[in-house]
Design a protein. Structure first.
Length: 442
């Protein structure tokens, strides 16, 4: 294939990616209560589960990397945006998932990682962060400059936040044109974001964003974009992050209460190309997720709930292993995991409190799922590999699947699901995805 033909095909695929989002928004604004969920995880098994599920449903798939996970220096995953993009696309190709149906987004892109630096330095890093995401082929860009840097007032004004977002948008547009010949990026803006990965403290109720606050955010951003000569891209700002009143802490979930969000929900109906994006929707009921979409919170972010499901499946498989093998032959996954977390407490220590038993329970079972930061560890990965190898070599008896993976048991019993570690893990993660898919479709 000639280079110009390959370039044309790639550009057509990129255009189709963005159309998935803009057409979804257009349908929603026409009164059809559809939405899309965003998979916010870098774990290979979570990504595989999501790709396989989207392939089964013949639907597009939105996968997002956060500025903590992936940045120009590697983030906590060790991957740059180009690395992450390549990793996901290679997996999609291996699983025969159409590249044109795969959308990659960047979440909380701004100075988040560099809040301890003066604002000039932090924003220079944010400039490079945006360039690296856009150049790598990420098409949905959440501009989030809401955090104060070392020399900033606390909190920032809407005007400062919006001006910084507009600065990044201009860089994004220029980068996209330079690399792809045109800009087809879509944007999400907004500052009222729940704590990424769940609240640190025990919660009982959350204040819903007021329509006045949401309108002030929109006005400030419109003025800042206009000042940068970016008024023409305003229709490509498809989402506004607000707080609909959903969140979770270590052991509790704040459920969506639609009666509290009525005026906020109505407000967005006045905007032709805009819907809301809801963060921290993890662990909401299927009914709440559906109602969020109906109420125009039509982009649903999910992350910790997926790795929580992964952890559930692995703990269940470890329990099955202990039933089948002598203790000394087992992988010891759960103990290895806890030992590593104790040895390297930086990802959970400031989040989990109480006595030693309370912290032990939180390390293993908290909704905030700080475990997700530890799966790439070499010791844990080795224990995981041993667990999978042991159970792949030893047929898993049906009664043990019924005991430890009861949600998967009916499908295994009916011959629809293989009783292998990989298949059981993937299906358990997909239980979460099924709820989101149901919420986003009519």
């Amino acid at each position: 294939m000639k280079q110009n033909e390959r370039t044309l095909m790639n550009n057509q695929a990129l255009e189709r990616k963005v159309k998935h989002l803009t057409e979804m928004v257009a349908r929603h604004k026409q009164g059809i209560p559809v939405g899309i969920y965003a998979v916010c995880s870098a774990h290979p098994l979570v990504l595989e589960a999501a790709i396989r599920f989207a392939h089964q449903q013949q639907s597009c798939l939105l996968i997002e990397a956060t500025s903590n996970q992936v940045d120009q220096f590697g983030g906590y995953t060790g991957m740059t945006p180009a690395d992450f993009h390549g990793f996901v696309c290679q997996m999609a190709e291996r699983l025969n998932f159409p590249r044109e149906d795969l959308i990659l987004g960047g979440d909380h892109l701004g100075p988040n990682r560099w809040q301890s630096l003066p604002s000039d330095q932090a924003m220079n890093n944010a400039d490079d962060l945006i360039r690296s995401y856009v150049a790598a082929g990420f098409k949905k860009i959440h501009l989030d400059c809401s955090m104060s840097c070392a020399d900033d007032p606390v909190p920032l004004t809407d005007a400062i936040v919006a001006a910084r977002a507009a600065r990044l948008a201009k860089i994004a547009e220029e980068t996209c044109v330079a690399h792809f010949g045109d800009s087809d990026l879509v944007y999400v803006i907004g500052t009222e974001v729940p704590v990424p990965g769940g609240a640190h403290e025990t919660l009982s109720e959350l204040a819903v964003t007021t329509p006045e606050a949401a309108q002030a955010t929109l006005r400030a951003h419109y003025q800042a974009f206009e000042a940068e000569g970016l008024s023409a891209l305003w229709p490509r700002i498809i989402g506004l992050v607000v707080q609909p009143g959903v969140e979770f802490d270590h052991t509790h979930v704040i459920d969506y209460r639609p009666e509290k969000a009525v005026t906020l929900s109505k407000m967005v109906e006045d905007y032709d190309t805009l819907i809301f994006e809801a963060h921290s929707t993890d662990y909401q009921t299927t009914q709440s997720l559906r109602q969020l979409v109906v109420d125009h919170f039509a982009i649903l972010k999910v992350g910790p709930a997926l790795t929580f499901a992964l952890r559930e499946a692995l703990f269940s498989l470890a329990a099955i292993e202990e039933e089948l093998l002598a203790a000394k032959a087992c992988s010891g996954l759960r103990q290895v995991l806890d030992d590593v977390m104790l040895d390297k407490p930086e990802y959970w220590q400031s989040h989990y409190h109480g006595d030693s038993n309370a912290r032990r329970l939180a390390r293993g079972y908290s909704y905030s799922d700080r475990v997700r930061y530890y799966w790439p560890d070499a010791q844990i990965d080795e224990a995981f590999a041993r667990l999978v190898r042991h159970l792949a070599d030893t047929p898993i008896p049906l009664p043990l699947i019924s005991q430890y993976l009861p949600l998967q048991y009916p499908s295994v019993r009916a011959g629809k699901l293989a009783a292998t570690p990989q298949a059981l893990i993937i299906d358990h993660i997909q239980d979460v995805l099924r709820q989101y898919h149901a919420a986003c479709t009519c």
